[in-house]
Design a protein around this ligand. Structure first.
Ligand SMILES: [Zn+2]
Ligand SMILES: [Zn+2]
Ligand SMILES: [Zn+2]
Length: 73
C-alpha cells in the first residue's frame, strides 16, 4: 500500500524537524491510492488504506529548527 515519507533531518539544535513529505506509490493496481489503479474501477474492492507515515530521520540541516530559530530572536 502507498504511504507518505516525511523527511525529518536533525537540525543544528539537535531537534528533528519535518521539512518535506512525499507520497510513495506502491504501484499496485489493487490499491486505490496508486497511480496504477484504474480510474473506472467498479465495484472497487481495492485497498483504501494509506500506509503509516514514515519518518526519514537521516541527514542533517545546518540551521536550528523552526522553534529554536524563533526563540533565538
Ligand atoms: Zn498503494
Ligand atoms: Zn479499485
Ligand atoms: Zn530545535
Amino acid at each position: 500500500m502507498c504511504h507518505v515519507d516525511v523527511q525529518m533531518p536533525t537540525h543544528s539544535c539537535g531537534h528533528p524537524e519535518a521539512i518535506s513529505e512525499e507520497k510513495v506509490d506502491c504501484g499496485r493496481k489493487n490499491c486505490s491510492y496508486s497511480a496504477q489503479h484504474p480510474a473506472g474501477c467498479k465495484p472497487c474492492s481495492c485497498n483504501k488504506t494509506m500506509g503509516p507515515r514514515k519518518s526519514i530521520t537521516s541527514g542533517n540541516v545546518d540551521k536550528p529548527c523552526y522553534r529554536c530559530n524563533k526563540q533565538a530572536r
